[in-house]
Write a protein that binds this ligand. Structure first.
Ligand SMILES: Cc1cc2nc3c(=O)[nH]c(=O)nc-3n(C[C@H](O)[C@H](O)[C@H](O)COP(=O)(O)OP(=O)(O)OC[C@H]3O[C@@H](n4cnc5c(N)ncnc54)[C@H](O)[C@@H]3O)c2cc1C
Length: 409
């Protein structure tokens, strides 16, 4: 530790989620001479969004063509599976169905198919009812898009491997080092953590749910604020795993920025499972993994933000319904039965939850793409929602390139 405090770092990355780790990996690949470190407030890597997500390797279907989300997802998923092949990390290309249940969903299904094809997703095909039943016999639906290359992986395992590879390259993740303040001092950035003080030439903020607060420490007064939305899961009992062979998703509601509760096979540290979820409930704390976890100052901050109030005015009905469904298992089961009529409440047991960092603009719009801004000597990843885990290697390279341009490496 004293080595760290005695010397100046070329680059400090804040946050050891998959974006911070993949960024360090890309930087160390291209600029091996740089002295880099990562500061993480938790006792291990991938403790927040990265370690509590659905574990899906998205193919790149949903995103507006030309956006960073579309480009980096399609590029990143290939890099992710190559990385898993190289390092022996388990993943499965289990395939995915997006299922239309009613006639009025068919035009949206068609639009999704066109988007996916425009984004360069391979193997997409529209299916009729008989074809979709061959793939997922328990799914209801009148038509579906089949994406054979969509898959699953354990992002915690990927993150641990990245940590180990970075260690071999001389880059340490400094755990339990919460960044408390950052200031400019003598042409350097002075970072104070819970345990020490560190001088840095440059910094990249990959702070996930706290990326905006970390930006604020450096005077980044952005028009956006991170608002936490919890996603809760149920686990399907082992005896019923046969009801879900791959991934089964609804046609997303175009006015809602989440994909809708779905069925996913998952690869967890303790083996393969099947989950249903996640919903999207406003969380009363940025790390509010339970309904009862309340952080008064974070809640007041969210409610006081004009962008959130504008968003809430538009979607209050959807938001209340999500809260009701969060508190009522029968309501949750009812939404699942739309896609799978034979699933029953006693097939499900409570599972975990993740909290999404959703960047909201003061206009009340959700920021619809990855969003990275700069400030003197620093870059800030202010929005990295799904599919950022899938796209993490491509995002890391993109950030490394931005850093090279900005910091004259
Ligand atoms: C419920 C859910 C389901 C999802 N499903 C998928 C999916 O199936 N596929 C997919 O591709 N994406 C999915 N995503 C999105 C994906 O998980 C995120 O886009 C991705 O993990 C973001 O990574 P990150 O590194 O930016 O954030 P995080 O993983 O949250 O990491 C940020 C890190 O910064 C640290 N930090 C914060 N403040 C400080 C501080 N002051 N000092 C030091 N450290 C700090 C935190 O402790 C944390 O470790 C999902 C997300 C959620 C929540």
């Amino acid at each position: 530790m004293s080595n760290l405090t005695d010397s100046t770092m070329d680059l400090t990355i804040v946050g050891a989620g998959i974006i911070g780790l993949a960024t360090a990996y890309a930087v160390s690949q291209r600029f091996p001479h740089l002295k880099v470190t990562i500061l993480e407030k938790e006792p291990d890597v991938a403790q927040h969004q990265t370690g509590n997500n659905s574990g899906v390797l998205h193919a790149g279907i949903y995103y507006k063509p030309g956006t960073l989300r579309a480009k980096l997802c399609v590029q990143g998923v290939r890099q992710m599976t190559d990385f898993c092949d190289t390092h022996g990390i388990e993943y499965q290309r289990c395939g995915k169905l997006i299922v239309a249940v009613t006639e009025d969903e068919l035009p949206r299904l068609k639009t999704l198919l066109e988007r996916g094809i425009a984004n360069g997703v391979q193997g997409l095909r529209q299916m009729n009812q008989a074809e979709l039943h061959e793939i997922e016999p328990f799914a209801a639906g009148i038509a579906a898009i089949h994406s054979p290359n969509t898959g699953i992986v354990n992002y915690k395992a990927v993150s641990r491997k990245l940590r180990d590879l970075l260690h071999e390259r001389g880059i340490e993740v400094q755990l339990t080092q919460k960044v408390i303040s950052i200031s400019h001092r003598q042409n350097l950035l002075n970072v104070i953590t819970s345990n020490f003080e560190l001088q840095n030439k440059h910094l990249i903020n990959c702070g996930g749910l706290y990326a905006d607060s970390i930006g604020n420490m450096m005077g980044v007064t952005s028009e956006i604020r991170i608002i936490p939305f919890r996603g809760e899961y149920f686990l399907i009992r082992k005896e019923k795993h046969n009801m879900v062979r791959g991934l089964i998703y609804p046609v997303p509601d175009p006015s809602f920025p989440f994909l809708g509760v779905h069925f996913t096979r998952v690869i967890r540290d303790d083996g393969i499972g099947v989950e249903a979820g996640p919903n999207a409930v406003f969380a009363f704390a940025r790390e509010g993994y339970r309904f009862s976890k309340i952080n008064l100052s974070e809640t007041a901050d969210a409610l006081g933000f004009v962008g959130f109030r504008r968003l809430a005015a538009k979607y209050w009905r959807t938001g209340l319904n999500e809260m009701r469904r969060s508190l009522s298992k029968p309501l949750f089961v009812k939404s699942l039965q739309r896609m799978m009529p034979s699933i029953q409440a006693n097939d499900l047991v409570p599972g975990g939850a993740g909290v999404r960092a959703m960047a909201i603009h003061r206009s009340g719009e959700m920021v619809d793409d990855f969003y990275i801004v700069d400030s003197p000597k620093a870059l800030h990843v202010l929005n990295a929602p799904s599919p950022a885990a899938t796209a993490s290697f491509a995002i890391g390279e993109y950030i490394a390139q931005q850093a090279a341009n900005l910091f004259n490496w």
